[in-house]
Design a protein. Structure first.
Length: 83
């Protein structure tokens, strides 16, 4: 079953654009945006065919980006969209 999540990312100061550029190359990354007003710098939407693949993208790819200091993952449990 398809799975998606939003990941909040805290990165080293001044490295936001470099991290976003790397995120955009990863499979499953649907969208990446720089944000303000939080302890986090970036929010990323990730989609995968299975929950296991989603975990792999987050743990083995996103969290291992060199300038990423911390992440917080919010799994989507029910998606609502406009018809």
């Amino acid at each position: 079953m398809p799975s998606s999540a939003y990941i909040l990312i805290n990165c080293e100061l001044g490295c936001e654009n470099a991290v976003i550029d790397e995120l955009k190359t990863l499979p499953g990354v649907v969208e990446a945006s720089q944000i303000y007003g939080s302890t986090f710098d970036i929010i990323v939407k990730v989609w995968a065919e299975t929950e296991e693949r989603l975990k792999e993208i987050i743990n083995r790819r996103i969290r291992r980006i060199e300038k990423v200091k911390a992440t917080q993952t919010m799994m989507v449990v029910e998606l609502h969209s406009r018809s």
